[in-house]
Design a protein around this ligand. Sequence first.
Ligand SMILES: Cc1cc2nc3c(=O)[nH]c(=O)nc-3n(C[C@H](O)[C@H](O)[C@H](O)COP(=O)(O)OP(=O)(O)OC[C@H]3O[C@@H](n4cnc5c(N)ncnc54)[C@H](O)[C@@H]3O)c2cc1C
Length: 387
Amino acid sequence: MTTFSEPEERVALREAVSKLAGKYGRAYVEKQAREGGKMTEMWLEMGRNGFLGVNIPTEYGGGGGGMSDLAAVIEECAAAGAPLLLMVVSPAICGSIINRTATESQKARWLPPIADGTHLMAFGITEADAGSNSHKITTTARADGNDWILNGQKTFISGVDEAQSVLIVARTEDAKTGQLRPALFVVPTDAPGFSFAPIEMGWLAPEKQFTLFIDDVRLPRSALIGEQDGDLMQLFAGLNPERIMGAALSCGIAKYALDRAVEYARERSVWRDTPIGAHQGIAHPLAKVKIELEQARLLWQKAAALYDAGDDFGAGEYANMAKYAGGEISCNATDVAVHTHGGNGLTAEYGLANMMVSARLGRIAPVSREMILNFVAMHSLGLPKSY
Ligand SMILES: Cc1cc2nc3c(=O)[nH]c(=O)nc-3n(C[C@H](O)[C@H](O)[C@H](O)COP(=O)(O)OP(=O)(O)OC[C@H]3O[C@@H](n4cnc5c(N)ncnc54)[C@H](O)[C@@H]3O)c2cc1C
């Protein structure tokens, strides 16, 4: 039977996560971002409580739940003002890919520390010359006896300074051109030949982005996750979760912004004793955000339910639409929240201006709004491919 309410366990999970994340809150994130700090303390506490690994099977130290649970966790963190961006990469993308495609010994090695947060695995697919077109990536793996030799460059890779390894999307020499047949490798961040440089971003956040240089990095055979020259589905085992998590993160940001705006609209009065929230010019945009936020949440919940049920094609369609809706509502909600606060919306004290930039990321990464529209036009509507 279809139901629109979440199971009791997930409701309890949300409450517990919200309590923990609320202890840190927006002030913690802003302070860490301004002082060059990290979210490590919160990350490890989340891990100790089992919240980072709710999607990972219990035999590998996880909670035995699904993407619906993990996305609820990231949504609650963001709604408390403390989004954990790296949950999108480590447990969601890398955890899901390893769980779906790795050997037993690889799972036993990587999943428990990913689940408890003691091993952070970043994820690198983007390359400067390929951009949205991943079929153009040129990071290449060459077999050398029992080893692999990896060469290439990546850009915009989040959290590499905090990570112990990066799951790198490459292609083998034999499949160097044409449609991407991905080969995925776990590369330790201290491997000889692997280096990284920070990209100076205009966005103030504890999580940093990096350019990676991979020069003749020698890896053992066991570093290859899944098939060499694999089909795209082994990649989408992680990219659909990435989109679902991106959507839930965006919804959490929107919820945080809406809550702050509603509080302010109730308290602030500038004409007689009427709070500004009594004016429809303020109330209607907030009500619209509420409606569009609930729409976006339904989309990611449906995408996650399809993914957890093993319907990868259905999950792909809904994960894309959810990511689109999430990006839109996080941008709209933060804009309305800033506007409701008047000048205060742009002060550091209220923390909303910087959040607007975080929200904007939801329209660009991991897949841009236009590429989602291209996907929906082609796959959902059957229109000709436009690019
Ligand atoms: C903060 C941040 C963190 C990130 N973290 C990671 C990470 O951890 N790992 C990782 O691998 N990547 C990461 N990325 C990269 C991210 O996934 C890419 O930025 C994204 O996929 C878009 O690629 P691009 O920036 O090269 O834009 P481009 O592909 O150059 O696109 C530029 C613009 O053109 C538009 N466009 C492109 N093609 C078309 C078309 N056919 N039709 C219409 N419009 C089109 C796009 O929508 C976009 O608006 C991160 C990016 C950011 C900003």
